[in-house]
Design a protein around this ligand. Structure first.
Ligand code: ADP
Ligand code: MG
Length: 392
């Protein structure tokens, strides 16, 4: 594993170890990390049997864990809003845990449901994935905790175990947290290949690394965190899923991933037609972008990002004024393309930017938000990092 990445993960790891000592007075048996992610393209298609292209970040959640001899589970985070949780292995299921601890406890519950003999444990986490920014701090938390638990349960690492962890993390978020997320985040956190984006095909769950070649093309991928999250995000996410299920039902298929653009036009309800049009066009854009990247033409991907944003804004209606503002400003300042990323209603956008234009784009998105009286966004250049792993 490359040394720079290990250094990047050391900050959260050290803080998790310190938190474990401070809150639970324990020395860790080990420290596990799992990455946040940014989705390049393929938004709101995971729950529609589509394809998407996320990339694991070098930013991670670290979990420092000490196994216990009894059935107690004690969870802490150094996030100032996160209260410590104490319970028993048998109390971690739906309805048993609320707040941040549900993400961690939910994974321990789902692993037990899958037949893993999870030990009692003292655990502390720390993350440098910004929380609630659309970079999937939630899946990184679930996956760091999940990998720690299976290793402490004595299960050897193999590909089947990683898939089991993906499924457990999804169950935790869907059934214990109660967030209807579709599986992209957990899949890339567990299965990412270092140095590449990950093409995930939700028809069969298969994954394939796609090296982007950004550095070779003189390009940077910028994440622009609007630092805003509108309260309607969670309810609207579920509503979009229901719209898609209804549209698929009318068209007589199990997911919208199976339909064509011509099928979409058969939907008479304008709202359902627009939702389905986004899904079908977005999946086509994923395929086009992957083809361009594989042909060494990553610098030509900008218009696909722009089209994805327009589709999410106009057909899927999940953008926000902050996202529209930074996307327009980034493009005007020299980005080749830009789009909102993640679930929407705030969170982050991405921009594909020639190295020489990075400073201009950074300045432009800040100026545009200030001008409109919006929260000042934070920009970071991101590179791809490895999947969840044991750090020490
Ligand atoms: P995202 O996954 O885009 O960051 P979510 O709303 O899905 O946004 O997940 C954010 C939530 O996950 C936080 O509000 C918190 O409950 C939980 N969470 C994630 N990381 C941590 C952490 N290190 N400590 C405590 N809670 C965390
Ligand atoms: Mg999340």
């Amino acid at each position: 594993m490359n040394r720079e990445q290990t250094r990047a993960e050391q900050g959260p790891a050290d803080r998790a170890v310190a938190e474990l000592a401070r809150t639970w007075g324990a020395e860790p048996d080990g420290v596990w990390t799992a990455p946040g992610r940014v989705n390049l393209i393929g938004e709101h298609v995971d729950y529609n049997g589509g394809r998407c292209l996320p990339m694991a970040l070098t930013r991670v959640t670290a979990a420092a864990v000490r196994a216990r001899d009894d059935d107690r589970v004690r969870l802490a985070s150094d996030d100032p809003d996160a209260e410590p949780f104490e319970g028993r292995l048998s109390d971690l299921g739906p309805g048993g845990v609320t707040g941040w601890a549900a993400y961690a406890a939910g994974v321990l519950w789902a692993l037990q449901q899958a037949g893993i003999e999870v030990p009692g444990m003292d655990l502390a986490v720390s993350s440098d994935v910004p929380l609630g920014a659309g970079l999937s701090s939630s899946a990184s938390l679930e996956c760091a905790v999940g990998l720690a638990a299976v290793e402490l349960a004595g299960r050897p690492e193999d590909p089947a175990l990683r898939q089991l962890l993906v499924d457990a993390a999804i169950r935790a978020e869907n059934e214990v947290v109660g967030a209807a997320t579709g599986g992209m985040d957990q899949t890339v956190a567990m299965l990412a290949a270092d140095g590449a984006a990950l093409l995930i095909d939700f028809r069969d769950g298969s994954t394939r690394p796609v090296p982007l070649g950004l550095a070779e093309a003189g390009l940077k991928l910028l994440v622009i965190d609007t630092r805003v999250r509108h309260a309607l995000a969670d309810g609207q996410y579920g509503q979009r899923r229901r719209d898609c299920e209804e549209a698929a039902g009318i068209l007589g298929v199990s997911t919208l991933g199976e339909v064509t653009a011509a099928d979409v036009e058969r939907l008479t309800d304008p709202r359902l037609r627009a939702r389905a049009r986004h899904v079908v066009s977005e999946i086509a854009r994923v395929d086009e972008l992957v083809a361009l990247v594989r042909a060494g033409r990553v610098a030509e991907c900008g218009p696909l990002l722009d089209a994805s944003h327009a589709s999410l804004r106009d057909d899927y209606e999940v953008s926000a004024v902050e996202l529209d503002t930074v996307v327009a400003a980034a493009t005007a300042a020299g980005a080749l393309g830009a789009r909102m990323t993640g679930g929407g209603f705030g969170g982050s956008a991405i921009a594909l930017v020639p190295e020489r234009a990075v400073a201009d784009v950074q300045a432009a998105v800040v100026a545009a938000c200030r001008e409109r009286g919006l929260t000042t966004p934070v920009t970071l250049a991101v590179t791809s990092g490895p999947a969840a792993r044991r750090l020490s």
